[in-house]
Design a protein around this ligand. Structure first.
Ligand code: 2M8
Length: 438
């Protein structure tokens, strides 16, 4: 009931604010998770969440990481629409306003649409028939989105998605990006800028530092200077990284897209293409496997080396699915070990976003240690797909205990169990709804 209330409070009619104060706009992967939760309340509204996001798709197929809310209160989020308005000048940009960013986030959307289709199946023929038409309409956009990621974002055909900015990973200031970001030199003095985000947390150490923000804004500046042109960015940008979490989500999303292709009666050619994309993604992730850490590692294209740090992104093969039983066993061992969910100091046996065994682990700082309910959702859903029903159920039960105790926080201190970051975070409420539905 309370989860439903959070989504209602953040509902803007056809899309949902990621959070009431800190995040007053529509975020791409938040919307996908939100739709998964909404599917249990109203299948049509869930579908509308994604329709409104895809209405702002770029001509290249890109789904922007933020669609800015023209009615957001002034001085509520930085960098906001004004900062990204010039992206609208790109010949590939959708009509504006509303303005969009020109970054992306992990492609959870096809997974969400498939979950909505399943929810419609439980509801009955009328909902199914609505969803059949909806999937038919959105399918070409979805295909174009995946094609964009597999072409513009993977000219090497490695099966791995390249990001241009830590924001593109969704795990913004994870130590995954420390080395690649440290190599970025802020080329000129930045004009002073506000940190509105700090008004919404109880302690600034929960958010990225000013030095991080300088680099974030510098990267945005370079992307804008390149006219948001993908090829120019690829050639000249100082931060170019293969992101294993996004890549794994894309593999799973391609599996979902294949199911959707079946429902809409897509051509054999499309289906073969999608199967090929998923296989390419799995091969790419295999190549990123680190036998010492027993995790998958991101790859810094500029430095030409893997980014060696233990974070939840390392479980990418579990999320991609269809792993050999040996690989699955190893991954589950690491997940249960003291490097993750088996750490003796944890309030709940849930994997911290960064391993407490890492020097750069911080229990209260954003993606550097806290547990994130949406990541636990991804792991839970992956365990189910891997046939690990009992483990999945344990993860679901413990996650619900965490939320019952702390509410719908953005993230949680893994030791103290305290909710941190934003309160009434939409995607946290959404995954709770999905878990409660069993
Ligand atoms: C966080 O990211 C935004 C930038 O995109 C921010 O910190 O301002 C991340 O947790 C991201 O994954 C999430 O989508 C967004 C909204 O919840 O907040």
């Amino acid at each position: 009931m309370q989860a439903e209330e959070v989504l209602r409070q953040n509902d803007m009619g056809s899309w949902t604010r990621a959070a009431p104060g800190l995040y007053p706009h529509q975020w791409s992967w938040d919307s996908a998770f939100i739709a998964i939760g909404l599917a249990h309340l109203d299948v049509r509204r869930a579908a509308r969440e994604l329709r409104s996001l895809f209405a702002h798709q770029w001509r290249t197929g890109k789904v922007p990481h933020i669609v800015f809310n023209p009615e957001a209160p002034p001085k509520s989020y930085y960098p906001g629409a004004e900062h990204w308005a010039c992206a609208a000048a790109s010949p590939d940009a959708p009509p504006a306003p509303p303005y969009t960013s020109c970054l992306t986030q992990p492609p959870v959307h096809a997974i969400a649409l498939w979950r909505i289709w399943e929810a419609a199946g439980r509801e009955g023929e009328e909902a199914l028939s609505f969803m059949r038409t909806f999937l038919h309409d959105i399918y070409p956009r979805l295909l174009a989105w995946h094609r964009y990621l597999l072409t513009y974002r993977d000219p090497e055909e490695s099966g791995l998605v390249t990001i241009y900015h830590p924001w593109g990973s969704g795990t913004d200031n994870s130590p995954r990006w420390d080395a690649a970001l440290a190599a970025v030199e802020v080329g000129e003095e930045l004009p002073p800028y506000p940190r509105y985000d700090l008004q919404h947390v109880t302690d600034p150490s929960q958010r990225p530092t000013n030095a991080d923000y300088d680099r974030y804004l510098w990267l945005v500046k370079l992307i804008k200077k390149a006219g948001c042109d993908e090829r120019t960015i690829y050639r000249s940008h100082p931060f170019l990284v293969k992101d294993v979490l996004s890549s794994a989500i894309l593999v799973a999303a391609n599996e979902a897209l294949l199911e959707i292709a079946e429902v809409v009666g897509a051509s054999e050619e499309d289906r073969e293409l999608i199967v090929g994309w998923a296989e390419r993604g799995r091969r790419g992730l295999d190549a990123c496997w680190d036998d010492d850490l027993k995790l998958c590692l991101d790859y810094d294209l500029r430095a030409d080396k893997p980014l060696r740090v233990r974070t939840v992104a390392g479980f990418a093969p579990l999320i991609a699915g269809r792993q050999s039983s040996e690989r699955l066993e190893v991954l589950l061992e690491v997940l249960d070990s003291s490097a993750f969910a088996g750490h003796p100091g944890l309030r709940w046996p849930l994997p911290p976003s960064t391993s407490p065994a890492e020097l750069r682990f911080h229990p209260r700082s954003y993606w550097r240690g806290p547990t994130w309910p949406v990541i636990n959702w991804l792991l839970w859903w992956s365990l189910l797909r891997a046939g690990e029903g009992e483990r999945a159920e344990r993860l679901r039960r413990i996650s619900l205990e965490q939320l019952a105790s702390g509410g719908f926080g953005e993230y949680f201190d893994p030791y103290a169990g305290e909710p941190l970051g934003s309160t009434r975070q939409s995607w946290t409420a959404a995954v709770a709804l999905d878990w409660l539905a069993g």
